[in-house]
Ligand binder design. Structure first.
Ligand code: IPD
Length: 277
């Protein structure tokens, strides 16, 4: 049988590059900044424009109705992942970075069929790094194969976590308490690029051993999940159970020893699911 999704995979890389060019052109311009779920959850006209460009290009290529779309800026109600071929898109992952000119901003495009992720593309556009992976076909950065680190001792690791955009004091306390406990294991360092998609690619290249966050959305991590797995890593729920794309909880790691040690320290808190279930 012909390779059904290869064309879509290659086209996603093209579209991510085109979207990244727009972001690069807009980052130095004066921009109007609006807010979404909280006063620190930012959005700009570029987020909306880039999402329209991505979805428009995909619809032109594959037809209006053949595929479904979940996009950060266009999905108003709960995200519905069905058996239909579905694109999961974050046009500007790292909007806060984009607004401030902090140099990590990514376009994240994933594709799922029958609720399973088939491929993922993350274009870290300011660094000009194109990460991509397809199930069973390996993970790449700018066409070079990538793989996770082989460090299994957490005291020799760098871990990424982020604090997200919910500033409810009780949640922030849990996030920082978790970070403090992990820092004091001790680990070599804690980091955060400000984009979940890029953070996952840093796990995939072996620059860090793990990244976890509670409060991310499906569009932040869908593409990165394929890239981490294809680079030899694992993607789990923060409790150690199976990863659930709609749960807004994710831990990605190079190895289960690192993941288990982190899970011992994570103070879990409730967040509403992306699918509203
Ligand atoms: C955000 C980034 C950030 C993460 C937040 C996300 P956005 O995505 O991925 O690293 O901490 O939870 O919402 O809003 O810039 O697309």
């Amino acid at each position: 049988m012909a390779d059904e999704w290869q064309e879509a995979y290659e086209f996603a890389v093209e579209v991510a590059r085109k979207a990244g060019m727009v972001i690069k052109q807009e980052i130095d311009k004066e921009m109007k900044v609006l807010t979404k779920s909280s006063t620190v959850d930012l959005v700009t006209k570029t987020d909306e424009r880039v999402e329209k460009i991505i979805i428009g290009s995909l619809k032109t290529k594959f037809g209006e109705k053949a595929h479904k779309f979940i996009g950060e800026e266009s999905t108003e109600k709960g995200c519905e992942l069905t058996d239909a071929p579905t694109w999961i898109i974050d046009p500007v992952d790292g909007t806060t970075n984009f607004v401030h000119g902090f140099p990590f901003v990514a376009v994240s495009i994933a594709f799922a069929v029958k609720k399973e992720l088939e491929f993922g593309v993350v274009y870290s556009c300011l660094e000009d790094k194109m990460y991509r992976a397809r199930n069973g076909k390996g993970a790449f950065c700018n066409d070079e194969p990538i793989s996770v680190s082989d460090v299994k001792d957490i005291t020799k690791s760098i871990i990424i976590s982020e604090h997200g955009t919910d500033r409810t004091p009780a949640k922030v306390e849990k996030i920082f308490s978790t970070m403090q406990k992990i820092l004091c294991i001790p680990v070599h360092g804690l980091r955060g690029s400000g984009t979940a998609a890029t953070n996952m690619c840093l796990v995939a290249t072996g620059a860090v051993e793990a990244f976890f966050e509670i409060g991310i959305h499906c569009w932040d991590v869908a593409a990165g999940a394929v890239i981490v797995r294809e680079a030899g890593g694992i993607v789990l729920d923060v409790s150690g159970g199976p990863f659930d794309l709609m749960s807004r909880r994710m831990l990605s790691a190079n190895h289960e020893d690192i993941a288990k040690r982190i899970i011992k320290e994570i103070e879990v808190f409730e967040v509403p699911r992306d699918d509203g279930v």
